[in-house]
Design a protein around this ligand. Structure first.
Ligand code: FES
Ligand SMILES: [Fe+2]
Length: 341
């Protein structure tokens, strides 16, 4: 599965938290060092080619070069070794002596990293909310959970747990019974809508681990409330919650949660986040205890119910399809998990 996931862009940290001080991070089990130079993120494998020391313990100079803390070798911001203090300076440093540099970019206020040579397309945002002045988008918070990105994303697409885990916070207005709804997979995207007599919920999953959950107020006469609304909600008020799970390791993930809204955009963002951490905590307690920690792709490994689990079934199938495409044939689903990086 790692072979599939490396091709995708994954966020690793908020851009505002990265400076010219090297920071160690892990993505898909790969140790990386990240720092900022001239407002551009620089990401290397956190491994010195000399004796395997962690480069993140080193320092960055004014030109953006990183110096290893062990024997002081210096690598420029492209990763080429440019200085070896213990070697006669008249000797030429072979051009093959370089550290591995990864693709990185800043977008949506986050630093995104791609570990492959052939990256998949960079993700977009629904409704182009970042550029649409009718919307206000902000990062609510980030969370580190001891769970796989697959389990976390699957929790975000699953609304049949709302009336049990999130009682009084984000229950479905019609109760726990999930009505028929159409789920469609199109390329790397899964879409479905669900109307619960109060809100029209539109879900969009961007493979592999991004979930956009849009809630539009349709029926203001329904008294049912969820945590993100207030008494004066009007028809058309739309809140988009975006969950991006970033796979640090097989069973450790960082979750970035954004909120977009097309109403009361002049009010402080904090007016709209009350209770959200509590909802995440309710989920964390369940998700961190799920076994196996990674989603099994063997369809009979867990019991699926056609209507309430439809999105999850599509999601798992997307992983299986990609794995089959990768190896050009049927995969041994017993051995396939999301994410076994
Ligand atoms: S291990 Fe990095 S300079 Fe020796
Ligand atoms: Fe939840």
């Amino acid at each position: 599965m790692r072979d599939i996931l490396v091709n995708y862009w994954h966020p690793v940290e908020e851009a505002s938290k990265i400076s010219n001080v090297p920071l160690p991070i892990t993505l898909l089990g790969e140790r990386l060092v990240i720092y900022m130079h001239m407002n551009e993120p620089v990401v290397f494998k956190d491994l010195c080619i000399h004796r395997g020391a962690k480069l993140s313990g080193g320092v960055i100079d004014d030109s953006g070069s990183i110096q290893c803390p062990y024997h002081g070798w210096k690598f420029d911001r492209e990763g080429n070794c440019i200085s070896i203090p213990s070697m006669d300076a008249s000797k030429k440093i072979p051009p093959t002596w370089c550290i591995h540099k990864y693709k990185a970019k800043i977008s949506f206020g986050l630093i995104w990293v791609n570990l492959s040579e052939k990256p998949e397309a960079f993700p977009t945002w629904p409704s182009d909310a970042w550029n649409d002045p009718k919307y206000k988008v902000f990062l609510v918070n980030s969370y580190v959970w001891e769970s796989s990105a697959g389990r976390i994303a699957e929790n975000a697409i699953d609304f049949s747990h709302f009336n049990f885990v999130h009682k009084g916070f984000t229950e479905l207005a019609d109760g726990p019974l999930i009505k028929e709804h159409d789920v469609k997979t199109n390329g790397d995207q899964i879409n479905y809508e669900y109307y619960d007599s109060k809100l029209l919920r539109k879900y969009r999953i961007d493979f592999p681990f991004t979930v956009h959950d849009s809630k539009q107020v349709i029926n203001t006469s329904n008294e049912h409330k969820t945590w993100s609304e207030r008494g004066d909600s009007k028809e058309g008020d739309t809140t988009i919650l975006t969950f991006i799970a970033s796979p640090i390791d097989a069973n450790l993930s960082k979750i970035f949660v954004f909120m977009a809204r097309n109403y009361k955009i002049e009010e402080p963002d904090t007016n709209f986040t009350g209770g959200f951490d509590e909802i995440m905590e309710q989920d964390r307690e369940i998700v961190e205890e799920q076994k196996p920690e990674n989603i099994p792709l063997q369809i009979r490994a867990e019991v699926n119910v056609a209507v309430p689990d439809a999105a999850s079934i599509h999601y798992r199938k997307l992983f299986t399809d990609k794995a089959e495409k990768l190896i050009d044939g049927p995969v041994d689903a017993d051995k396939l998990f999301v994410t076994n990086c």
